[in-house]
Write a protein that binds this ligand. Sequence first.
Ligand SMILES: [Zn+2]
Ligand SMILES: [Zn+2]
Length: 276
Amino acid sequence: MQFINDWLLQHATIIRLSSFFTLLFVMASWELLAPKRTLTAAKFTRWFNNISLVILNTICVRLVLPMTAVSVAAGCSEQQWGVLNQLPFPLWLSVLLAIIALDFLIYLQHVVFHRVPLLWRLHRVHHADVDIDVTTGARFHPIEIILSMLIKFTAIVLLGTPAVAVLLFEVILNGMAMFNHSNIVLPARVDSLLRRFVVTPDMHRVHHSVLFEETNSNYGFNLSCWDRWCGTYRAQPAHGHLGMQIGLDRFREPHYLQLHHLLKIPFVSSAVTRKP
Ligand SMILES: [Zn+2]
Ligand SMILES: [Zn+2]
């Protein structure tokens, strides 16, 4: 285990970065070849600002947090902390259970970020994007990213998540977030088959609707079962995927696409200034 953890600690960054750029290239090309919806805002502006936010978030996490999730998991394994480090399970079973548990946790965390007003203010940055495409998947306020990391660290310590499970979960979550935010066409039969197991772009697009009841549905990122089992599943948007409006009414002004303005979204009053 020590050897695996040392190898992971050395290679985690390159594995994460290479999977991020590969998926970004694949999904961006797919969006160009078969886009689902016509974008309503200038793509260059959205991409420039969304990607700038990703770079800013990476810098903030490096500056604020002295360790990564993989290094926390490796430390717990060394100290034998957490439930899974106490149980005599084979590694593959601990990895599988940990990934499923982390996925349920991220589902619950997403629900809480919608229900608690102060946290919703942070999460509005993700929902204020007026279009949804591969870059929306990484558009989060730096404070939400840091809070999410702290919640993940706590879960890793309590669960005793193996370091390999943490890295796999981060790569899968990142890849799935890019996939299910993509502005791509999937044949209806492929979508309905896939969404029995995982969250598809059509399923997650409902979550980005301006309609309150649609925003408050389909919280999952990876497995689609959590929404079905917890009663938050909504199959399709009321106005169809091409007719629905994406974003938040409060933040439709073009300046909210700019990085320095979208960073202020959590601190702006919630009152809607424009009629839906
Ligand atoms: Zn949300
Ligand atoms: Zn989303």
